[in-house]
Design a protein around this ligand. Structure first.
Ligand SMILES: [Zn+2]
Length: 110
C-alpha cells in the first residue's frame, strides 16, 4: 500500500519535472525578444508567455507538495492530517497522493 503510493508520488514528481522543463523554455524572456512578430502575433506570444509563467508557478508549487509528501513518507507521518492528526482516507490519497489535510481541515482552509 505504502510503496504503491510512493511510486505514484515519484511518478508524479517526474511528470511535474518534465512539465517544468518544457515550460522553462516557454518562459524564457529572451525567446520572446528574439523572434519577430507582427503586432497581433506578438500579443499572442505575450499571452502565451504569461500563461506559461503562471503554469510554471503552479507546477513549482505542486512539486514542493509532492516532495514534502515523499519526505513525510520517510518520516512515517504520511497519510495523517497535518492539522488534526486524523488518518486521511485511502480513497482521498489515491486521488491526490500529495494531500496533507483531511477533507474537513481542507475545507476550513478554503
Ligand atoms: Zn484534519
Amino acid at each position: 500500500m505504502m510503496s504503491e503510493q510512493r511510486a505514484q508520488l515519484e511518478q508524479l514528481k517526474a511528470h511535474i519535472n518534465d512539465e517544468l522543463m518544457l515550460l522553462k523554455e516557454q518562459t524564457d524572456p529572451v525567446m520572446l525578444d528574439q523572434q519577430s512578430f507582427g503586432r497581433v502575433s506578438r500579443m499572442d506570444a505575450m499571452q502565451q508567455h504569461e500563461l506559461a509563467k503562471s503554469n510554471y508557478r503552479y507546477y513549482q508549487t505542486q512539486l514542493k507538495e509532492v516532495e514534502l509528501a515523499i519526505k513525510r513518507m520517510d518520516d512515517e507521518e504520511y497519510g495523517y492530517c497535518e492539522e488534526c492528526g486524523e488518518e486521511i482516507p485511502a480513497a482521498r490519497l489515491a486521488v491526490k497522493p500529495e494531500v496533507r489535510l483531511c477533507v474537513s481541515c481542507q475545507q476550513n482552509h478554503e
